[in-house]
Design a protein around this ligand. Structure first.
Ligand SMILES: [Zn+2]
Length: 346
């Protein structure tokens, strides 16, 4: 069970968010359901608690404390996701003129410096497709929960702790080609999140109450919308044009590479399930990413960074870096097995 262990949440920056209006009830309930369904398959998992922190920073994280796990998401992250999904959907409707900008600014931890300092900008949304908005918001929430669960479930948290204890990377840098091994763990978490979000929402493994699932019923449309909103969410993180040697030192893979790895994931899920499709998957994915970039630019006044995304396919140095992140899993896998709560098959 996932009784929220209030003590730990209270001690975090901001303390626990008091959701007086029960605005996030469905998120909390859905998260519990997800945790229980993972636990039913892997009973060795220790207790996992989930809570919202009263902190405006953009972050979600997981910690291991006294033999139990804690997944925390900040109220800032939930507000940003709501703001993002409502405004990209308003922009998508294509009305001309000034688009409402994201109420996000670079003073917040986790938000890249290039975000302009802006005052919250509230407007009414007459053109928004609320079904899409709710669907997108739900996809992003589900994705984040599975991403964090993977860090627990596959032993990432315990492995990281071990590395910290002995103060070294544990891995031979030659084999890893200088890529911070954390990036491979993040790739693994993104892959787990993509797979499980798709199984829950598209293949209806999980029943979600109170959300109109219009686009969830059609494969092409679901994949398009999945890419569209996950692209938008990842786009909130750093999309700077850095050289490969700088990227390798970071904790997460280059955002454009994360998205391209998600593309690959979707392809292998469909192959594994032996699902025949009557549309071009790559074309559908690319179209969704292009539209997401266009709408994101409208609501931020930032420059269009499609070139950064396209580079993943055109620049051999970046392509090699992407392939190496995946290859590095074979090296990390052996260490991870010691800490994982399941068999690692990949
Ligand atoms: Zn992560």
């Amino acid at each position: 069970m996932t009784n929220n262990n209030k003590g730990w949440f209270q001690k975090q920056v901001g303390g626990e968010y008091n959701d007086e209006k029960r605005e996030f009830n469905y998120l909390i309930n859905n998260t519990k359901k997800i945790i229980e369904s993972v636990r039913s398959q892997f009973p060795r998992l220790p207790p996992i608690h989930f809570g919202i922190l009263n902190d405006l920073h953009l972050r979600a994280f997981t910690e291991f404390y006294k033999d139990e796990y804690y997944i925390a998401i900040t109220i800032g992250t939930l507000r940003i996701i709501e703001d993002l999904t409502i405004k990209i959907n308003a922009a998508k409707s294509g009305t001309k003129g000034d688009y409402p900008k994201l109420s996000i600014h670079s003073g917040l931890y986790g938000v890249p410096e290039y975000f302009p300092e802006k005052k919250p900008h509230y407007v009414s949304f007459e053109n928004i497709d609320f079904f899409d908005f709710e669907g997108h918001r739900h996809i992003i929430y589900t994705y984040i929960i599975y991403h964090e669960l993977c860090h627990i479930f596959r032993g990432h948290i315990l492995l990281k702790r071990k590395c910290k204890e002995i103060n070294k990377s544990l891995f031979n840098d030659d084999l890893l080609k200088d890529i911070n091994f954390l990036q491979t763990l993040e790739m693994d978490a993104d892959s787990f999140a993509t797979t499980n979000t798709i199984y829950d929402l598209l293949f209806k493994r999980m029943i979600i109450p109170n959300i109109d699932l219009t686009f969830f019923n059609d494969l092409k449309s679901f994949i398009y919308n999945f890419i569209y909103c996950i692209y938008g969410f990842i786009r909130l993180t750093d999309f700077e044009d850095l050289n490969v040697s700088d990227i390798k030192k970071r904790s997460h893979p280059k955002p454009a590479v994360r998205i391209s790895l998600i593309f690959d994931n979707i392809k292998s899920i469909l192959e594994k399930e032996n699902i025949q499709i009557d549309f071009d998957l790559i074309e559908n994915n690319v179209e969704a990413a292009f539209q997401a970039e266009k709408d994101f630019v409208k609501i931020t006044s930032l420059e269009n960074k499609l070139a950064v995304f396209a580079e993943v396919y055109g620049n051999s140095e970046i392509l090699d870096y992407k392939i190496q992140i995946v290859k590095n899993f074979q090296i990390i896998k052996e260490e991870l097995k010691k800490y994982s709560y399941s068999e690692i098959k990949q």
